[in-house]
Ligand binder design. Structure first.
Ligand SMILES: *[C@@H]1O[C@H](CO)[C@@H](O)[C@H](O)[C@H]1NC(C)=O
Ligand SMILES: *[C@@H]1O[C@H](CO)[C@@H](O)[C@H](O)[C@H]1NC(C)=O
Length: 264
């Protein structure tokens, strides 16, 4: 009985929120009902997710996200706060964003709530603990679970802006040599890196089981040299706009934030 109720609730919600969107596909593909059913659930979950983030659930969700990201994922939490600043710095270029990092479902949902921004995510770690909305995002391909030691499953220049948080701290130089150029490869307008600052963030023992190794935090001098080694240049225009907007909006980053140009 509860199951039937659940289905009724779901279809009512879909009727309320997404009837127009769904009706075209349900008429043209009435034969492929199992696929359609999965699609319905996925779209429903997406709408619910958007609803919970835009409406009254918002505050609770943000709090939850931050408490989950404390410590281990601190730069991903900072990135979430920095989204309005990034919008100012990148303007229209923020229309098609790829985020790579832990807790990407939360980041992608927040980006979706911004006007005229579409977002995709790559989760470098497992999503077994993820909630149902996150699993739905994975099911419909908005979020992919992928090991970033290997090339990303996207064509060159698939996204306007690519943002990566935390994950690079867990890669050795050998992998960074390949991963960083690959992130630049899929971007048209730029690559933004949020990475831990030595002395400000601490590596935790619990990280090793999840990420395979403890974070190795590198300083600005190290990163700048490394970007030179892999032929990535600072995006000075974006850096400048970001810093101006950050000051205006009283945004203070504890993490290091780098803005790089894509390859031409
Ligand atoms: C990374 O690449 C640079 C230059 O391309 C090279 O000098 C360096 O040895 C490489 N590092 C590792 C660990 O493979
Ligand atoms: C940055 O880190 C390197 C080691 O990777 C160290 O030799 C250097 O002194 C550090 N620079 C600053 C300014 O802390």
């Amino acid at each position: 009985m509860s199951r039937r109720q659940g289905n009724a609730n779901l279809s009512r919600r879909l009727g309320d929120n997404g009837g127009g969107l769904l009706s075209a596909s349900s008429y043209s593909k009435s034969r492929s009902s199992p696929i359609l059913y999965v699609a319905l659930i996925a779209v429903g979950a997406l709408l619910l997710l958007a609803y919970s983030h835009s409406g009254k659930g918002g505050v609770g969700n943000i709090k939850g996200a931050i408490s989950r990201v404390q410590g281990d994922y601190s730069c991903t939490a900072e990135l979430q706060q920095a989204i309005p600043v990034l919008k100012k710095a990148y303007g229209d270029s923020m229309h098609k964003v790829l985020h790579i990092g832990p807790d990407t479902c939360t980041v992608v949902s927040k980006l979706f709530n911004e006007e005229e921004t579409e977002a995709w995510g790559v989760e470098p770690y497992d999503v077994e603990d993820a909630d149902a909305s996150c699993k739905a995002l994975v099911r419909i391909g908005i979020v992919r679970v992928a090991d970033i030691k290997y090339p990303l499953p996207y064509r060159p220049k698939s996204f306007s802006v690519v943002i990566v948080s935390d994950s690079l701290d867990y890669l050795s130089e050998r992998y960074l040599n390949k991963t960083l150029p690959d992130l630049a490869r899929v971007s048209v307008n730029g690559l933004v890196i949020f990475t831990g600052s030595p002395g400000k963030q601490r590596a935790k023992a619990a990280e090793v089981s999840k990420f395979g190794r403890a974070a190795k935090l590198r300083n600005t001098t190290w990163w700048t040299k490394f970007f030179g080694q892999v032929s990535l240049e600072e995006n000075e225009g974006a850096s400048k706009k970001f810093n101006i907007a950050a000051t205006k909006m009283s945004y203070v980053a504890n993490c290091q934030v780098f803005h790089l140009r894509p390859f031409n």
